[in-house]
Design a protein around this ligand. Structure first.
Ligand code: NDP
Length: 281
């Protein structure tokens, strides 16, 4: 095997401090894998060239960040099921000489969630309708969530996500407007924050939710990786809910990506330690 076939990386724009690089390289070192993960700054107009370069050099695959997640699709040979439904790819994988697009954001979230609860047959309430929410909503639907309520500040973004879930997955989805102090309905099993509220440096930003409506039977999952202990995570724990931080989603998308590229199951704990060191948490 040539060295370049042991190469993976990220095509991003202006993300030289991408923590994924350190996280994945730490896993490679820990497992004695002679692999490299490199961050490549790729301007949108050169994305096709970058993909052709990766093909020419026989890379095992690469991650994609904004603004490349949709634009990359025309340069790939095929899509995994959830990436096809979402219309977004964050991870390309070389399989039998073809580059296949997957989306590991939602799969990473699902893996974290499944460590705590099986979403099959569960009622989900999800705040947000951006890229992360789309990925999570589709994976939850494919994993058998029975109902998904999308709550988003902007209906023009929330309603198309609901249509996508209803049209392309077996889940039943509905849109709910977001009044101030939104009360999570009784009977909700899983609450997801897929908005950017709480992301560093807005450490004290609080999701506009009635905290008293979070009850002990609920699982509350946040996508915010930094800081991992967001106000929502702390509020949910104080209410007796089981809470899941966004670091798990970030780590697990890395674990899944490395498995796709190398075939090796890496130790998530090694990745978590590296990220907590970087984030200083
Ligand atoms: P987008 O910009 O696509 O979407 C942002 C979402 O947040 C929209 O639904 C937006 O609502 C909502 N939002 C933003 N500010 C507010 C506010 N003040 N009040 C209510 N809603 C708000 O971003 P992404 O979906 O790509 O990312 C969302 C978050 O997920 C980011 O913080 C990112 O760090 C995190 N993420 C974490 C990952 C992980 O591995 N842990 C992976 C990917 C993302 P509206 O439509 O009304 O503007």
């Amino acid at each position: 095997m040539s060295f370049l076939s042991n190469l993976v990386g990220s095509f991003s724009q202006g993300a030289a401090d991408n923590p994924t690089v350190a996280m994945i390289e730490a896993a490679f070192r820990h497992h004695g894998l002679d692999w490299r993960y490199i961050n490549c700054e790729v301007p949108p107009e050169l994305l096709g060239d970058a993909v052709r370069g990766a093909r020419a050099m026989n890379w095992a695959g690469f991650n994609l960040s904004i603004p490349h997640k949709v634009a990359v699709i025309e340069h790939l040979d095929g899509l995994g099921e959830s990436a096809r439904i979402m219309g977004a790819v964050n991870c390309a994988v070389r399989r039998d000489g073809k580059l296949i697009g997957e989306n590991t954001d939602g799969k990473g979230f699902l893996k974290s969630l499944e460590e705590v609860v099986d979403p099959k047959g569960k009622r989900v309430l999800m705040f947000g309708a951006g890229g992360a929410a789309r990925a999570i909503g589709v994976e939850l639907a494919l994993a058998g969530a029975s109902s998904i309520t999308v709550v988003n500040r902007t209906a023009a973004r929330g309603e198309p996500l609901v249509r996508l879930l209803n049209d392309k997955t077996p889940a039943k989805a509905q849109f709910a407007a977001w009044p101030s102090g939104f009360a999570v309905p009784a009977g909700t099993d899983i609450v997801v924050n897929a908005t950017s509220v709480g992301l560093y440096p807005d450490l004290d930003a609080r999701l506009d939710v009635d905290v008293a409506s979070l009850t002990a039977g609920m699982v509350v999952a946040d996508v915010i990786p930094n800081p991992p202990r967001t106000r929502l995570v702390r509020d949910a724990e104080a209410r007796g809910c089981r809470a899941i931080d966004g670091l798990g989603m970030l780590i697990n998308q890395g674990v899944i990506g490395v498995k796709y590229w190398t075939g090796v199951d890496v130790d998530a704990g090694v990745m978590r330690r590296k990220l907590t060191e970087i984030f200083g948490v």
